[in-house]
Design a binder for this molecule. Structure first.
Ligand code: EPU
Length: 338
């Protein structure tokens, strides 16, 4: 098995943190995956699966085996007048996949344009943006159990999708390697302009006249203006989840701050904008050494150059403390901290 030893993960995490792993194996075929599973049995070390490395903060050298999902390829599994079922291998680049769907006029993922990462990682945290989530189009996830080598099919319900969550991120964490994801894409797309800034972008236009190609372009424009580009400044998108509070807490917050952004989220629950809480706590644009808070979007932590994973984690914990102190609201990490 051609495992690389003491290998730097710097190019494989979008924070650009310079940490090493004990072994590194690139998985470009199912055969290689089975070889890697045999290798794992022999070395008896922990395993970490990486796709685009766009939602992970690695805080120290990893004394284990990193498996990089580079299973490429996609095929149409079913095609009719209404929809296509597109079977995508886990290592396919997500933004490229969205462009492919949009160019074919297959609807359902256009609002998820330009989200960094891979197709296999998309179900892990149920990626979402601008009023859409990947759970709305995933029909099946095929994964291999890394300890037994067994192949398992997860239906949409089996994935137990939630807000930036799934069975892969919660109860079955670290257990599976995603080989394929099947997406159901509509051939009669209807745009989703629920997210206010997106609606504003098409002001004066009838919704039926707006195409998914235009929506994809608008989403890209919003993302480029609001979010730092990981190619330029290391980051992993939203570092925290937007917290959910109950009606009583919401009332208390509104009595203190009339402009607190919040959205109804289930019965008597409200989702707050963590970016707002962090900005109001004075953190936007701040830095501690090379670890910083984006000046464009306070929910995003950035690496200005040579920050270590530990330094970014210390900053994240300081932000958490201060938001809890100011608002009595606990922030949860959205990124996976290793
Ligand atoms: N806000 C501030 N200050 C900031 C940032 C935001 O006051 O520095 C306020 C905005 O003014 C707005 C509200 O917070 O009223 C919401 O901001 P925004 O629309 O930018 O979205 P978000 O809630 O901060 C979430 C997702 C993003 C996704 C956008 C758009 C999470 C954790 N984040 O961010 O997802 O792109 O909505 O749908 O749910 C990601 O997961 O990595 C990610 C970038």
């Amino acid at each position: 098995m051609p495992a690389k030893k003491d290998f730097s993960l710097k190019p494989y995490n979008t924070f650009g943190v310079d940490v090493k792993c004990r072994y590194f194996i690139e998985i470009s075929s199912i055969r290689k995956l089975y070889e890697a599973i045999r290798f794992l049995k022999n070395v008896k070390l922990p395993v970490l699966v990486l796709g685009g490395g766009s939602n992970v903060l690695i805080t120290k050298d990893f004394n284990g085996v990193v498996l990089l999902n580079r299973l490429k390829g996609k095929e149409i599994a079913e095609d009719n007048d209404e929809y296509v079922l597109l079977k995508v291998n886990g290592g396919e680049d997500w933004p490229g996949l969205v462009d492919y769907c949009v160019n074919n006029n297959w609807g359902g993922v256009e609002n998820l344009s330009l989200i960094p990462g891979t197709a296999g990682a998309a179900p892990f945290q149920n990626i979402g943006a601008y009023g859409m989530e990947v759970k709305d189009v995933v029909t099946t996830v095929e994964a291999i159990d890394l300890s037994s080598g067994e192949r398992r099919l997860f239906s949409n319900a089996d994935c137990a999708f939630g807000y930036r969550n799934s069975v892969f991120k919660s109860t079955e964490r670290g257990k599976y390697f995603v080989t394929t994801v099947v997406l159901k894409l509509t051939k009669k797309p209807k745009v989703n302009l629920d997210y206010a800034p997106l609606k504003n972008a098409f002001e004066g236009r009838a919704e039926d006249d707006v195409t998914i190609q235009e929506v994809s372009e608008a989403v890209k424009k919003i993302r480029r203006s609001k979010l730092p580009d990981p190619e330029e400044t290391g980051n992993a998108g939203s570092f925290f989840k937007n917290p959910v509070v109950d009606g009583a807490k919401m009332k208390e917050l509104l009595s203190r701050y009339h402009d607190v952004p919040a959205y109804p989220f289930g019965e008597n629950q409200f989702k707050l904008a963590a970016g707002w809480l962090i900005e109001k706590s004075g953190w936007k644009g701040k830095r501690m050494g090379d670890a910083g808070v984006s000046s464009k979007q306070a929910l995003v932590l950035v690496n200005h150059g040579n920050a270590t994973g530990k330094e970014i984690l210390i900053l994240a914990n300081e932000i958490r403390k201060s938001v809890e102190h100011n608002f009595g609201v606990k922030l949860e990490f959205e990124v996976r901290v290793v």
